[in-house]
Design a protein around this ligand. Structure first.
Ligand code: ADP
Ligand code: ZN
Ligand code: ZN
Length: 692
């Protein structure tokens, strides 16, 4: 070293380096001044400058360097630091570290992917300007709220929660309409009174506006911000900063919000905790619910998981006494849950059942609502007009040329669309194989159901809500508003309409064709169906006066199925008990812990060969002795998407630590193994996968 070099300190930095996904820990850089852990910095990496976070010393590797990026001892200096930003809290670093380890991703990838993208682009001067503007963020001006008198169940739940220890987890099992949100709000108020921040998570971005409105009304003098992917980059940064600086008292958001920097966190609420949307399907594939539980322990914050149909994982924790269970079975204001009736499709004339999808019993029930000026909600979990078009002459079907899947017929714009790769074409005038003009839709989606309802109920105002009708920003709100205003008689939709919305005039909920999930290869399909139908049932009878006339109709070919028996009694507890008994007998989650290794290649053979080699590496690490089972590689349910072949391999262990130990040793080997397999495009690990 020459005499001119100023004395430099070494800092560990978690860098955003997706191209070095094998890089699991922080890298070392020099700095001419000490930089506190949690400082956002810009550092050189290869030929680029990337964003990073100064990492607490213990977590970093003092001599770390990018593999193949020169001799390890030549440390490069930090280029710039965002010094006007208060460092990220130590607990935030711990949360990120835990998520990276647990979900087997690189530290830097997780750290940077959960910061607002805008933050990575700004230099310190620009950031200082943004911070100045931020001081103008203030709570909306509003009258003091009138608090409702609590129901006895709410009172009891709140007493139980008040007695719970900091960092403990409570499962609030409350029927739809039992007033869970009121309980959340009282808890938030307690947290704010104690000078702490509250984080409230919801599964769907669609549910944030109505929740925000309810919180704004209740807490008119508090700053409430939201965090979700629907914000503009500038908004997201502003909201994130308000949380980070401790200005925002309440943060509402979707799963990404679990990573919000909150210096004085006191409460985390996870509403609809069973919802699969809490599990990310890309990147680190984290579960925001599970991270919320970890974070609560880490920061001594109370965690409340709320649901009418808790996940089997959470229910089991409650059964074991690890989570405090609080029950609110009754609906507020005397509303009762609708009576559930089943239409046995085996007894419906075949033509009517096949062609119309609408049984005479369902049409009659809809008709009664029309006559009384009440609303109906008809649920079908498949969008588009029909899932496939078929030639009646030669049997041609509308397959996707790039995927092993059918293309869905969308009648509105007469297109065939692949829901996997997006490939879209105009519907051909005649069969591409034989020239026959008679090509017919087979099966039905929401578009066709809408048409059939219009036909069966002349004069009825039928509206449809699904991913197709709500693509444009704001359309969902407009559509929901017209339902609330009574401008719609029959609302058709996918699961989107079943969740959360407080429809006051709905007295009939119908599930047209829910049977498929009973026989799915995914062992969680039944659990999801039960939750969806319970949610949907919860849309009816919210108004006490109408509750007595409210009903749910389920069209089924299997009316004696035990899942439907539990639904008839609104009996989640019975459903959970039998499901958990089955899972225990079959040693499936939550009685086993899984990871799914996925591989994509130019051919199935390449993808499966790589998985087989990966299995070999795991066996060499002693997987069998550790009790970890590796199942044979298989093609994914939709094996080819956009001309890429996809395969997967299930890894299972009776214990979580057993699985984690193997994964930690195995991952570095998989990075190395990739290079040996030409034609392998991508691989990824999904820890605690939800869809198998
Ligand atoms: P959940 O989230 O459990 O489905 P909500 O919190 O949406 O139920 O409550 C259902 C309805 O009951 C809401 O309109 C809410 O304002 C109202 N509500 C909740 N608690 C009370 C109460 N104690 N007294 C009167 N109305 C209440
Ligand atoms: Zn043909
Ligand atoms: Zn396709």
């Amino acid at each position: 070293m020459s005499e001119l070099t100023p004395p430099a300190t070494v800092v560990s930095v978690a860098v955003d380096a997706p191209q070095h996904s094998a890089l699991r820990s922080a890298l070392s850089y020099t700095s001419d001044r000490p930089l506190p852990a949690g400082t956002v910095v810009h550092v050189p990496l290869g030929k680029r400058t990337v964003c990073g976070v100064v990492w607490p010393a213990a977590a970093g590797d003092p001599l770390g360097s990018v593999p193949g990026d020169g001799p390890p001892l030549e440390l490069r200096p930090v280029e710039a630091a965002l010094s006007s930003l208060a460092p990220l809290p130590h607990e935030w670093c711990k949360l990120v570290q835990f998520a990276a380890n647990y979900y087997q991703r690189s530290l830097g990838e997780v750290a940077l992917s959960v910061l607002p993208p805008e933050l990575r682009k700004l230099n310190d001067t620009q950031l200082a300007q943004r911070l100045k503007k931020l001081q103008k963020l203030a709570p909306a001006g509003g009258p003091a709220p009138v608090l409702p008198e609590l129901t006895p169940e709410q009172t009891q739940a709140l007493e139980g929660l008040a007695a719970a220890d900091a960092g403990s987890v409570a499962l609030l099992h409350g029927s739809t309409g039992s007033g869970k949100t009121e309980v959340y709000q009282r808890l938030v108020a307690r947290s704010l009174d104690a000078g702490r921040q509250a984080l409230v998570l919801v599964p769907e971005i669609n549910l944030t506006p109505q929740l925000e409105a309810r919180f704004a009304e209740r807490f008119p003098d508090r700053l409430i911000v939201s965090l979700h992917s629907g914000l503009t980059p500038a908004q997201r940064l502003r909201h994130w900063l308000a949380a980070h600086l401790g200005q925002a008292d309440i943060v509402l958001g979707t799963r990404m919000a679990v990573f919000a920097s909150l210096p004085r966190l006191g409460l985390i609420v996870v509403d609809e905790e069973h919802d699969p949307s809490y599990k990310s399907q890309e990147g680190a594939r984290y579960s925001a619910r599970d991270l919320a539980v970890y974070r609560g322990k880490l920061e001594g914050a109370q965690v409340v998981l709320g649901s009418a149909t808790p996940s089997m994982e959470s229910w089991q924790q409650a059964e074991r006494g690890r989570y405090l269970r609080l029950s609110m079975p009754a609906r507020v204001g005397g509303g009762v849950l609708p009576q559930v009736r089943f239409v046995d499709m085996n007894h419906v004339p075949k033509d009517a059942a096949y062609n119309a999808a609408l049984s005479p019993a369902l049409v009659a029930a809809l008709q009664r609502r029309l006559e009384r000026g009440e609303q109906s909600l008809v649920l079908l979990n498949r969008r588009g007009y029909s899932p496939v078009l078929q030639c009646l002459e030669c049997g041609w079907k509308s397959g996707c040329p790039h995927c092993s899947a059918w293309r869905v017929f969308h009648r509105v714009d007469r297109t065939l669309r692949c829901h996997h790769c997006g490939y879209t074409e105009r519907v051909p005038r005649a069969c591409p194989d034989c020239g026959n003009a008679d090509i017919q839709p087979v099966g039905r989606g929401t578009e066709r159901l809408e048409e059939q309802l219009e036909h069966a109920l002349p004069g009825a105002r039928v509206a449809r809500i699904d991913a197709d009708t709500t693509r444009l920003k704001g359309t969902l709100e407009t559509q929901l508003a017209s339902v609330h205003a009574g401008e719609v008689d029959v609302l058709v939709g996918t699961q989107m309409v079943a969740k959360g919305h407080d429809f006051r005039r709905v007295t009939l909920v119908a599930a047209v064709n829910p049977d498929a999930a009973l026989f799915s290869s995914d062992f969680r399909a039944g659990e999801r169906l039960f939750a969806l139908l319970m949610q949907a049932a919860g849309r009816a009878g919210r108004d006490a006066e109408q509750a007595a006339r409210s009903e749910m109709l389920v069209q089924t070919w299997h009316p004696t199925h035990p899942l439907y028996a539990a639904l008839r009694g609104h009996d989640y507890t019975a459903f959970a008990a039998s499901t958990l008994a089955e899972r225990e007998m079959a040693a499936m989650p939550p009685f086993a812990h899984q990871a799914l290794l996925r591989a994509e290649g130019r051919t199935q053979e390449i993808a499966q060969d790589w998985l087989a080699a990966a299995a070999g590496a795991a066996e060499a690490l002693g997987a069998a002795d550790a009790g970890v089972t590796l199942y044979p590689p298989v093609p994914m349910a939709v094996a080819r998407v956009a001309n890429v072949e996809r395969a997967q391999m299930l890894v299972e262990s009776p214990t979580r630590p057993g699985l984690q130990r193997l994964l930690a040793q195995w991952m570095p080997q998989l990075h190395a193994l990739r290079a040996e397999h030409k034609g392998l495009l991508r691989w990824a690990i999904d820890v605690d996968p939800l869809a198998i």
